[in-house]
Design a binder for this molecule. Sequence first.
Ligand code: SF4
Length: 446
Amino acid sequence: MTLVVPLDPAVNPAYLKLDLYCRGMRLHESCDAPGDGGRPDVRNDGGRPDLRNDGGRPILRTRAGLGSGLELILPGELWTNVPVTERFAQTSPYELRREKSSYRIWRDGKPCADVRLAPRPAWYDRSTTSGKAMRLIGTLQGTYLGIYPGKVCDFWMTGAARDTKENCRFCSVGLNLGADDAPGKTLDDVLEVVHAAWRESGITYVDFNMGHHDDWSYLDMLEPYLRRVNEETGLLLGVQVPPHPDLSRFDRLKKLGVNRVSFCFEIFDRRLFAETCPGKARIYGLDHYLQAIEHCASLGAPGRLALEPWVTNGEIIAGLEPPESSIEAIEWLTERGAIPTVCVFRPLSGTDMKETPPPDTDALVPVFASLWTRCMERGLPIGLAPNIHVSLVLLPEECRSLVQDEGTLRALRGQERRNAVKRQAFAALLKGRRLLMGPRPVGVSA
Ligand code: SF4
């Protein structure tokens, strides 16, 4: 029996997830119809419904703008965030239709896949003790909690440090301020949301994300949050930050209990990196991103299963450079023991690149196939943490069915079995920790 899964969106959910990132989806008028208890809420860029009356999540632009779409669960429990508000989505072959109270994606007028709306947690509609809307403090991206606690990235600001903005050209973070993110998130606000998401949404992982600060203060600002989340919860903890000039700061994060560091260099091609990310290129340079990744990857203990795992990610955006260059980046990262995070370029409304076409799906298939293959060949710890479904990217472990080479799939079956054993052991370790610590009950403050 062949192990290869055809690249047909009706039978290959990974291909469907990738194709939806690249082509977006239209919302059929049945999605506008009165739902279970009234007309769906309309509050987003394109004025489209967020389907919340069926328990779905609002459409937000947070997290460097990649999460601008509708959060859905595809067949095979693949969580995704589908572009629906951008112009390219309006000519997509995909259409979401509501049939009674369930949802189905149609492609070119034919049924393609039954899907579910990602559940809207009850805490999204509550406020913290200080009166801030919880969903503006942190958002679920798939099943993990993402928090952007700082001020807006300084690359968006003009002043003494720069005459003109130096923001990454695909980024929408500076467009979000005051809309999809709450200013002035205090430590207590954040901890209250972490406990609510842990208790009610069963999260296992919290991710903190910061942009550039000209005074290098981003790690100083993050550390108190990290310390408290680590002390009060047994949750896995990650940070996505620029590569601070003092790389020993990342050793310190590891000692604080951080399990994952992620560096977004986005583009491996030097010329395109400088053109697309002018602030990152001037202040840090691609080489410093790569040095930070090498340094952090060297802090881990390869192959060992630990209760305090340590993972280094290098994040790239496929579609901003030729696929061969993305594959080169994947090879560079995996050779050093770092796990690539590969996003798909989305030309977001309002950004400098809003008119740039999204990438072609089939051109990206080899990129994502190499993501799975290289991680597996190197024995990197992919897919081990329980209940982590990520909507903004195809996870390495989700890309197995994009590999179209039978020999490769057969050669890596042993590694798949070893990963399955590690996954079970790791889930048992985390369950034990949750039993020991447990989330704070409703209404109990620190
Ligand atoms: S570093 Fe670039 S991608 Fe990150 S927030 Fe700043 S402008 Fe956006």
